[in-house]
Design a protein. Structure first.
Length: 107
């Protein structure tokens, strides 16, 4: 299942909490998750340093477990909005036809 995870700030976290050591640990764990096929894509928003991840997990629970393994999340400094995705079904309309009664059917 594809899952979009958008980093969200945690109240009370300060810039001083985000140490260089924690940043390196975060990058290492993100790399491990990437190598395991869990993180498929990893971005920052263009206008702010907010992470946006595309995950491949069995379900939302597995995504939460993977994200919780990130050191900044484990330290309570970041959280994630988790959005399960599904394929867009609207392309079916491109191939829809109507039968002799005027009902829509797909080819």
């Amino acid at each position: 299942m594809r899952i979009l995870a958008i980093e969200r700030p945690v109240e009370g976290a300060s810039e001083a909490d985000f140490t260089p050591e924690l940043g390196r640990a975060e990058a290492r764990q993100a790399w491990r998750l990437h190598q395991a096929g869990v993180i498929r894509e990893l971005y920052f928003q263009a206008d702010r340093p907010t992470a946006v991840l595309v995950l491949e997990c069995d379900d939302v629970v597995a995504a939460r477990v993977a994200l919780a393994s990130l050191p900044m999340a484990a330290a309570g400094l970041i959280g994630f909005e988790i959005l399960p995705l599904r394929a867009y079904p609207g392309f079916e309309r491109l191939f829809a036809t109507t039968d002799d009664r005027g009902r829509t059917a797909t080819r």
